[in-house]
Design a protein around this ligand. Sequence first.
Ligand SMILES: [Zn+2]
Length: 353
Amino acid sequence: MNRKIINIEAIKAAVTMQEVVNGILGYTLDSRNRCACPVHQGKDKNFSVKGESARCWSTCDQSWDKLGLIMAVRKVSFTEALTIIANYVGIPLQYADSRTEKPRFLKAPPRSVLKPKPEYDLIPEALFKRSLKHDNRNHFYGFLQSIFSEDIAISLAQDYQLGTSKYRPGACIFWQVDQQQQVRTGKVMVYDPVTGKRRRDIPPQWVHRLLDLHKADFKLTQCLFGEHLLAALNREAPIALVESEKTAMVMAGIKPDVCWLACGSMSGLTARQCEALKGRHTILYPDLDAHDKWTKDALKLNEQGFKFVVSDLLPTKASEQDYLGKFDLADYFLKQRDDQAGFLVLDGVPVFW
Ligand SMILES: [Zn+2]
C-alpha cells in the first residue's frame, strides 16, 4: 500500500538544518556552523551548514538537503527520514485519504520526542551532554581546582553540570537546566584561570545564539542557574540566591549545606525567572551595588507568594574599597585566599580540610 503523504513540506519546514545536525544526528556545529562530516565520519571539520543545505567539502564532496542528509547518515529511505523528522517535531504524517497515521518510531526515540512539547524551546540534549567534560581547557574549572581541592572542584562541576565550550579558548558554559532536567539555554563565559575574574574583553554569549537557533524563532524562557538541584531538595531546605553563576558555585564549595542558585544578572530577580522559588524560603545575597534594587524587588515579589529575605552580611562587612569594586559574596570570601598556594582559607584553615 503506497499512500501519498501530503504534509512533507510542513514537516521539513518545522526543523532547521542546524537542528537536524545537532538535535537529530547528534553532531555539534561550531560557531561557524562547521563540524566533522557525519556522512563519511571523518575527523576534520570539513562539513558545513548554510541555510537549508549542508555540504561536505572533503571525501563526499556533495551537498544535501535535510531529508537527503538523514537518508545518507542513517541509511534510510525517504519516508523513513521524513518519519524521523516528524517524530522529532511531533507532527504526525498526513496521507491523501486524510486519515492521520501516528508516526512509528524506527528506533528508540530520543527522550525529547516523548516529552510533551513545552511552550519554550530547548537545547539538544546530545550537545549538552557532550559539553560536560572537564579538563584544563576550561579556565573556570581550573580556577575552582586552584581554590578548592580537586575533589571539591569535580563535585561542583558535576552538581552544576558545568560545560566546556569551544567557542573561545578556556570558555565554560553555565547551563540553565530546570527541575524537569530540560536545558533551556546556556551562558558561555571566559574567566582568568588564576584570578578567577571574568575576562571583560570577551562578552558573555548564549548557546542558542551560537547555534543560530534564535533565527529559527527559538522561544527562550530562562530559568535559574542551578534550578535542577531543587528537584531533589525538600521544601524546607535552605536556599540562597546570588547574581552570578560563578558566585553560586564558589559559595557552594564554601558552604555546601546551602543550595546556591544564581539569576544571572542584577535584573534577573523577576517572578518569571525565579518561578521555581515561589513559596520556598530563600536568602538573597545581592552584589553590593544591587542591594537597594533587590531589597525593593524582593518586597514586591513577596506580595506574589515568594519568601525572600535580603541578607545584610555583605553591606555590614564591606569596606569602602569593596563598594568601589562592586563586590559580591564570593569576592568577599576570595579575599581570604592564600597568596602563595592560591587555595581558599577560612578562619586560618583551608576550605577543603
Ligand atoms: Zn563527508
